[in-house]
Design a binder for this molecule. Structure first.
Ligand code: BGC
Length: 567
């Protein structure tokens, strides 16, 4: 059977933009959509990515920086307006760039009009749009004691029976918030300002599918679907069992309280497959002329379970996000283990994806260290599957220490040391004050890195050996080499356990990727492959013919070799 031609989201490389931090165009210290438009030439022409994913830009009280949406069909004024969004789509498309937007289906803001109605009375038609439940002691009938605030703290809970079950919030404590006025608890998997929608209510589902249609009508090419497994819970709200291994199942850094349970009832109820299928139908209806896609955010590390979210007939998510490399110990065999297990589990015809960092986890350069950051980028851009590059990763941005008085992230306030501000600091564009993110004299919403003067786009563009030059070269090579963008993957046994070596092949053209994860020189011996020419090394300083009986790798070096055609 002839192999089908890959579509844009399979061929291309995605670049994640956290809009608050990318480019401020109006001098308020917060990035915005006009700022993204101003940087499209950089993304499309200079850097050479294929699609951008925008984290939320919707109206929001910003309790969780936009992941608490109060209107799904508009743009928050700090980011612009719908006309600016339309312009962004048009300008991106004119440059051949696709637009993926964040869709947050599990929860709204507690200020969303739907929730305001829902909490107004037990008989409101929207009551059932959210997950309301009685406490363990049954319905609360008495007067709420004065002074009992709905803080979710242990004292207020004690005053009106205990929460409906033992579930835990991802952000710490119980996910059940007592509502004094109506005498029931509502569920919030994240902050109490983020009540969970009830996807079992058909009206909710339709309203949310309509949100997808609203943006598809405006021309978006796809959705990154937030916290997607949480939308279907056990309808009986049964307790989660304890996690017997006590092993960390989630989180980097770990979330010890959340990890104390197996999350079998608060997420991923089997009914979720039906919803994924319905979301897919919406995308497919719009996809006849211009293919659209959905990638679902999930922390699933059992690759068989993960692969199930493509759907038995590949009719659910286009891709479940693969977070395997976000948490793996940075060692050659551990990384290879993730790739091999995923490759073994993925169904025929389904397309993988990889990511090394995002707005919720430490940046790659901080996690793997300066010596390995180039190897990490070469890995990301040569594996079989769609890579997502987090903004600033291309120049080697690191996490920025945030002083207590500068903390913005609510997670840091709830669970100190878990805050995500360090990886959300302003994009480093040039050596001018505020790194070119916002005008001099304006205070950016988070401080720019101390090292922004050497580490920024303008300086690195002038340096042919910079991290940016490496990223550009990798993107260019991937684009011009079908073996790298769409070829098969085959791991090779390296002589040293510190190396990860694999072949990518398409149409008889083969590329060898050899990555040295150690500080020592290593030798890769693959005499059966004959000879080839070095297409790129992470050190950006050598090319030329090599025989694969003896490929020498310097410390922390990665190398791509284009193999001679089989004669
Ligand atoms: C997003 C986080 C957000 C959470 C709640 C996540 O998975 O990536 O940034 O805090 O969902 O919406």
């Amino acid at each position: 059977m002839a192999e089908s031609e890959p579509v844009w989201w399979q061929r291309g490389v995605v670049y994640q933009i956290y809009p608050r931090s990318f480019q401020d165009s109006n001098g308020d210290g917060i990035g915005d959509l006009r700022g993204v438009i101003q940087r499209l030439d950089y993304l499309g022409q200079a850097l050479g990515v294929d699609a951008i994913w925008l984290s939320p830009f919707y109206p929001s009280p910003m309790a969780d920086f936009g992941y608490d949406v109060s209107n799904y069909c508009d743009v928050h004024p700090i980011f612009g307006d719908l006309a600016t969004f339309d312009e962004l789509v048009e300008e991106a498309h004119r440059r051949g760039l696709k637009i993926i937007i964040d869709f947050v289906p599990n929860h709204t803001s507690d200020r969303h009009p739907w929730f305001l109605e829902s909490r107004s009375s037990r008989t409101n038609p929207k009551r059932d749009w959210y997950v309301w439940a009685e406490g363990r002691g049954g319905p609360f009938r008495g007067r709420v004691p004065s002074g009992c605030r709905s803080s979710g703290g242990p004292q207020s809970m004690a005053a009106h029976s205990s929460p409906p079950n033992n579930w835990l919030s991802m952000f710490g404590g119980s996910p059940w918030e007592w509502d004094e006025a109506t005498g029931q608890y509502y569920l919030h998997t994240y902050l109490k300002e983020q009540p969970d929608l009830n996807w079992r209510n058909p009206e909710v589902k339709e309203a949310m599918l309509d949100v997808m249609r609203f943006w598809l009508d405006r021309g978006v090419d796809g959705f990154r679907i937030d916290a997607i497994l949480h939308i279907m819970k056990d309808p009986a709200l049964r307790d989660n069992p304890p996690n017997p291994g006590g092993r960390i199942v989630l989180g980097n850094p770990p979330l010890p309280e959340y990890d104390s349970q197996l999350h079998v009832h608060d997420q991923a109820h089997p009914d979720i497959h039906r919803v994924f299928h319905e979301m897919r139908q919406v995308l497919d209806e719009y996809g006849t002329k211009q293919p659209r896609m959905g990638i679902g955010e999930m922390d699933v590390f059992d690759w068989r379970v993960w692969a199930g979210y493509y759907g038995v007939h590949l009719d659910e998510l286009h891709m479940p996000f693969n977070f395997g490399l976000l948490r793996v110990p940075w060692a050659a065999q551990a990384v290879r283990g993730v790739v091999d297990s995923l490759e073994a589990a993925i169904p025929p015809g389904a397309w993988p994806n990889y990511v090394l960092s995002n707005h919720d986890v430490p940046r790659t350069a901080s996690r793997v260290g300066p010596a390995q950051v180039r190897v990490a980028m070469m890995l990301l851009l040569t594996l079989r599957g769609t890579p997502t590059v987090y903004y600033g990763e291309e120049i080697g941005m690191t996490d920025v220490p945030i002083a207590p008085e500068q903390v913005q992230d609510p997670l840091e306030r709830q669970l100190p040391a878990l805050g995500r501000d360090p990886e959300r600091t302003p994009m480093q564009w040039d050596p001018s004050p505020n790194a070119g993110f916002c005008p001099p004299g304006v205070e950016p919403w988070l401080p720019a890195a101390a090292d922004y003067q050497p580490i920024n786009v303008a300086v690195e563009r002038e340096d042919s050996h910079s991290m940016l030059s490496l990223t550009q070269a990798l993107l260019g090579l991937r684009r011009s080499t079908p073996a790298l963008s769409r070829g098969s993957y085959q791991p090779l046994e390296p002589a040293s356990p510190d190396c990860f070596v694999f072949l990518r092949e398409h149409d008889g053209v083969r590329c060898l990727v050899a990555l040295n994860f150690s500080d020592n020189e290593q030798t890769v011996a693959a005499p059966q492959l004959g000879s080839g020419s070095i297409a790129l090394t992470t050190h950006l300083d050598r090319r030329g013919e090599v025989h694969l009986a003896l490929l020498e790798l310097r410390s922390n070096e990665g190398c791509i070799v284009q193999l001679a055609e089989r004669g």
